[in-house]
Design a binder for this molecule. Structure first.
Ligand code: GAP
Length: 428
């Protein structure tokens, strides 16, 4: 089977109500995306699975939900105000602006002029705003470019409120904003996106063993997303390419339709962040071991996931084409726990009130059980199956005339297209 192209994924997402261009009616706003009913369901399923895996199912994790707007000192101390930049070049002919490291600068990608780029300028990617009615230097704030800082600034609060044993982690999910020079590849590089991050606080003497545990925890999580192992590649980032705070980074890359690219990152951030906060706020960020053996500023291991990239990887992995009865078909082979719709229920035909009433009864019972069950009586049964295949619904339940006689229904499986008869009592 051939791999899906980026256009296939984009067109499916729009056609079936997963993801639309942001502000589309007004011509769009580059780098922003709106999630439709199925997209938001898929996104929530991924967010919830991540939260359950890394927070609820563990005893060493604490969840937070920090404010997006933070005191400007946060971003000065973290280095973002000075160094969160990308190299920007501008074509002297058409004035097109690009990220220097993403193009061949010998020729403008827009107008084709040769050698039209001067030296790169450093462009800060943070969105700046002002807080309150007076706009001056002191009221400047930023839409956070990462959720991580909202975790670090709550380190002391969590230690004081919960006295956790070390190692322990603080987790956060939420929006992040970056004024990317060239948003591209659908939601892959957006200006507004969502992160799922953990800052895991460790004893510096043990960081290597803890780092390795995270490598395998991430691998296990990616398996629950249904991503095939052969499309995932752990890239050991060389020292020169690592962020200034990192002593070791693994970029977990995935074979996306546009090529192999970063899905998520795992970084050993040392004590860089807590030390910066300690030095700039004057508040101690130390941790005292429960047995009193030592007191120190913990070091940090940071697994950082992007939801949009996870969605793209999930859709790419699930996109499947096959042939059914001599006709080509496309379906999303999503893991059951990620599918936006768990089951679709329909009466075989719409014009028989007794069938519709029975189907409604089964639908209500299944909805009570699973929640994400869809009523679907649009078009003929073949069209319904096709539509449900495209959105990845694992099973379609059909109420037909036999149901009225023996209280059984047909269940049609998305992947095999096989239909089996099941008693309603067993199903519900
Ligand atoms: N706190 C560390 C941090 O933010 P990062 O490598 O800059 O590290 C982490 O970002 C993850 O966030 C990336 O691996 C990616 O999944 C996601 N991400 C970053 N920039 C993004 C963008 N412009 N659009 C979509 N996702 C993005």
């Amino acid at each position: 089977m051939s791999e899906p192209k980026l256009e296939d994924i984009v067109s499916l997402c729009k056609r079936r109500g997963f993801i639309y261009q942001g502000s589309e009616v007004y011509g769009g706003l580059s780098g922003t995306w709106d999630y439709g009913p199925l997209g938001v369901a898929l996104k929530r399923n991924i967010l919830n699975l991540w939260w359950k895996t890394f927070v609820e199912d563990r005893d060493d994790m604490y969840g937070v939900d920090a404010a997006i707007l933070m005191n400007q000192k946060v971003w000065q101390a973290s280095g973002h105000t000075d160094t969160f930049t990308d190299p920007l070049v501008e074509c002297s002919q058409c004035h097109g602006r690009f990220r220097e490291d993403k193009i061949d600068t010998s020729k403008c990608p827009t107008c084709g002029t040769k050698d039209s780029f001067g030296p790169a300028k450093q462009f800060n990617m943070m969105f700046e705003t002002t807080v309150g009615p007076v706009a001056d230097e002191t009221s400047i704030s930023y839409l956070r470019p990462e959720t991580a800082q909202g975790i670090f600034t709550n380190f002391k609060n969590i230690v004081d409120s919960f006295s956790p044993d070390l190692p322990f982690g603080i987790a956060q999910q939420g929006k992040a904003f970056r004024n990317e020079i060239s948003p591209r590849d659908f939601v892959f590089r957006s200006r507004e996106f969502e992160q799922m991050e953990v800052e895991y606080f460790v004893d510096p003497d043990n960081w290597e063993a803890e780092f390795e545990k995270w490598v395998s925890d991430i691998e296990a999580f990616l398996e629950t997303l249904g991503l095939p192992k052969d499309k995932i590649h752990n890239l050991e980032v060389p020292e020169d390419d690592r962020a200034h705070y990192s002593k070791r980074t693994i970029d977990v890359e995935f074979d996306f339709p546009h090529g192999r690219d970063e899905l998520l990152g795992l970084a050993y951030r040392t004590d860089f962040d807590l030390m910066n906060i300690q030095n700039n706020s004057g508040k101690k960020m130390e941790y005292r071991m429960k047995d009193g053996s030592k007191t120190f500023v913990p070091h940090v291991i940071e697994p950082s996931f992007g939801v949009e990239r996870a969605i793209m990887a999930v859709l790419t992995s699930a996109y499947t084409e096959d042939e059914v009865n001599g006709e080509s078909r496309m379906y999303l082979k999503l893991p059951e726990h990620l599918a936006p719709v768990r089951m679709a229920v329909s009466p075989l035909v719409k014009n028989k009130p007794e069938l519709v009433a029975k189907a409604r009864e089964v639908y209500e019972a299944l909805k009570k059980k699973h929640g994400n069950v869809m009523w679907d009586d649009n078009g003929n049964i073949g069209k319904r199956y096709r539509r449900q295949d495209e959105i990845g619904t694992p099973e379609c339940v059909v109420i037909d005339f036999q149901t009225l006689e023996d209280d059984t229904v047909t269940i049609r499986n998305r992947d095999t297209t096989e239909q089996t008869r099941v008693a309603v009592s067993d199903l519900v």
